[in-house]
Write a protein that binds this ligand. Structure first.
Ligand code: NAD
Length: 289
């Protein structure tokens, strides 16, 4: 059977190590990292994410500042808040929860965040640093996927990696991270031809397409490592449940696979906390963890 990659346990261990480091920082510097999260409007999924981020930030010993703004907030008002957070010394990380209401320009808002505080890693400056192999703040979900892959495989050098999905949030930065590990990287997307054949040639498959059970068992080469980023709510036998982008039940011949839920999901918030600590350390001239 395929080994189960337990993202939930890995994330819990990571948060524990971060909390210990924060405790030490608190006693040596008298300060703790602060994360500001900005939520505009009342999208229910975003509310759930922001509440979880707030809870876990506080639980790890950091300061959490949540700014909830009405759905009709103007671009000027939002940019003014971002500016104020950029200047606030208690705020080391800033995250604007996406998606934004349609009248706001997400790229403009993200690029207004000070790159050193951009803990989502979506600012063009961080994207450029990552793409050119320089020290960046790296988007949380692909960073979490890479941690799971390195924990499992140790050395990724020379492996064939297929990334399915080319979003700025997951697919593109994932491909950059795998290239930096000297993988041979293929990026597939909705217009890709012959996806099953590309998949069969891959030692590593990272799927972030948002298509329930897109990747079938017979696409996966025996022994391959499969990271399933997808979170899809589907109706099965009259019940609502979460499934990934991989047909999990058909993938028992994989070497290892992440479950949904309990795989990549918990890693995302853990990496957000890790990025906040990294941002704090760099702003204070301390070594990275
Ligand atoms: P997105 O919609 O921005 O991008 C999807 C990508 O998949 C696109 O590049 C598209 O071309 C590609 N794609 C779509 N259908 C395809 C197909 N049939 N074959 C090949 N490629 C196809 O989505 P995203 O923001 O990158 O998120 C992807 C998935 O990951 C979603 O299910 C999302 O919920 C999930 N997600 C999970 C986490 C987490 O913490 N686990 C974080 C972010 C996103």
């Amino acid at each position: 059977r395929a080994a189960l990659i337990d993202g939930k346990a890995f994330a819990a261990g990571l948060v524990q190590r971060l909390a210990a480091r924060i405790e030490t920082l608190k006693s040596t510097t008298g300060r703790v990292p602060g994360l500001a999260v900005v939520l505009i409007g009342d999208d229910p999924a975003s509310q759930v994410y922001v509440n979880a981020k707030n809870r876990q930030t506080t639980a790890a010993g950091m300061q959490s500042f949540v700014h909830r703004l009405p759905a009709d907030t103007s671009s000027d008002a939002l940019l003014a808040l971002v500016d104020a957070l950029n200047l606030d010394p208690h705020v080391n990380g800033i995250l604007v929860q996406l998606p934004l209401p349609a009248h706001l320009d997400a790229a403009a808002v993200i690029n207004a965040i000070a790159p050193a505080k951009d803990v989502d890693g979506f600012h063009i400056s961080n994207a450029g640093l990552l793409a050119t192999g320089q020290k960046a703040l790296v988007p949380c979900t692909p960073l979490g996927c890479l941690m799971l892959l390195k924990d499992r495989l140790v050395d990724l050098s020379g492996l064939n990696a297929l990334v399915i999905g080319k979003s700025n949030i997951v697919g593109k930065p994932m491909a950059q991270l795998l290239m930096a590990e000297n993988c041979t990287v293929t990026v597939a997307h909705s217009k890709t031809r012959n996806l099953p054949a590309l998949c069969r040639a891959a030692d590593i498959v990272v799927v972030a397409a948002g298509r329930p059970e897109l990747v079938r068992g017979d696409w996966i080469s025996p022994g391959a490592t499969v990271i399933d980023v997808g979170i899809n709510r589907v109706e099965r036998d009259g019940k609502s449940r979460l499934v990934g982008d991989v047909a999990f039940a058909e993938a028992s011949h994989a070497g290892a696979i992440t479950p949904v839920p309990g795989g990549v999901g918990p890693m995302t918030i853990a990496c957000l906390l890790s990025n906040t600590l990294t941002a704090f350390a760099r702003q204070h001239g301390l070594a990275d963890a």
